[in-house]
Design a protein around this ligand. Structure first.
Ligand code: NDP
Length: 280
């Protein structure tokens, strides 16, 4: 039997509709949620991401401000901008679009963001709080993964979850969020032995690898929930996830498509975090 498709686009639209009245209510109290996005340089993909974030903010009534710096900007200039946004009480969320141009070390920049405005959840304080189950802001993509699983009604407590990929922004926090939901979590990476065998034992398989169609049908346990975080641009310009979608959908119980799965949820979680920051 073919897998049920977990429609991230539809769920994201539903959540965004739910955010609108909450944002309106806050505005009536005189607080207009505001997200500032900093874009350094002119990387075309980053420009698209920033534009999409701005559009999504507008749709739900969040004020979005874009701060552009030239690729030649110094680390000091960027830090000065972050600090001025930290001090500005009308700004609730600050996001630095990654990657930064060569020559700018992202770490001190991300560390400079006020943790209370760190709507991406990348600040070490927020990472640490996530570890103890008290995140100020859950990181957007992993939070989106969780919401998709919960919305689909996939049982989490006691489930064997395998997360492939251990990046700080996706794999590791996704594993922590699943653990907090009482899944038994294995975090796999490029040095994992018998990855296929491990994946085949997963009730929940999260792919965050960055390699198109890496997860093949023989790696999927019949009935498993397969969440594809990957976004890969193929030579023909099309997008592909990290999961070989059509064959895996013949084996899995649930599967997220690419595009239209995790992607729309990521921006939606960013909107939710901005509202959360403004509410506080
Ligand atoms: P990273 O490149 O930071 O991490 C990739 C991870 O995959 C690493 O931990 C790496 O292992 C692991 N890996 C690589 N090759 C293998 C292999 N052969 N076997 C097992 N594990 C392997 O990527 P990100 O976490 O930043 O992103 C992952 C994917 O998710 C990308 O396609 C990205 O575009 C997408 N993405 C999507 C988002 C969305 O909103 N949908 C948001 C963010 C990312 P090791 O650590 O050992 O090198």
């Amino acid at each position: 039997m073919a897998a049920r498709i977990i429609d991230g686009k539809a769920l994201a639209a539903e959540i965004r509709e739910g955010l609108k009245p909450r944002i309106d209510a806050l505005r009536l109290k005189g607080v207009h949620p505001c997200l500032c996005v900093i874009l350094v340089g002119d990387d075309p993909a980053s420009r698209v991401y920033v534009r999409n974030k701005g559009k999504a903010c507008q749709e739900v009534g969040i004020l979005s401000r874009e701060h552009r710096l030239p690729a030649s900007a110094s680390q000091g200039e960027l830090l000065t901008l972050v600090e001025s946004l930290n001090r500005d009480p009308s700004v609730h969320g600050i996001l630095v679009q990654l990657p930064l141009p060569k020559g700018i070390d992202p770490k001190p920049v991300l560390d400079a963001i006020d943790p209370a405005k760190d709507v991406d959840g990348f600040h070490p304080v927020n990472v640490g709080r996530l570890m103890i189950g008290e995140p100020l802001f859950p990181p957007c993509t992993p939070a989106g993964v969780l919401r998709l699983l919960e919305h689909a009604g996939v049982p989490l407590a006691g489930a064997n979850a395998v997360v492939v990929g251990r990046s700080n922004i996706v794999g590791k926090p996704a594993a922590l969020l699943l653990l907090q939901k009482d899944a038994t979590v294995t975090l796999a990476h490029s040095r994992t032995r018998d990855l296929a065998g491990l994946c085949r034992r997963a009730d929940i398989l999260v792919a965050a690898i960055g390699k198109p169609r890496f997860i093949t049908a023989d790696m999927v346990r019949p009935g498993a929930a397969v969440i594809d975080v990957g976004i890969n641009r193929l030579p023909d310009g099309k997008l592909a996830g990290d999961v070989d979608e059509a064959p895996c959908a013949q084996v899995a119980g649930w599967i997220t498509p690419v595009p239209g799965g995790v992607g729309p949820m990521t921006i939606t979680m960013l909107l939710e975090n901005t509202l959360l920051a403004a509410s506080r």
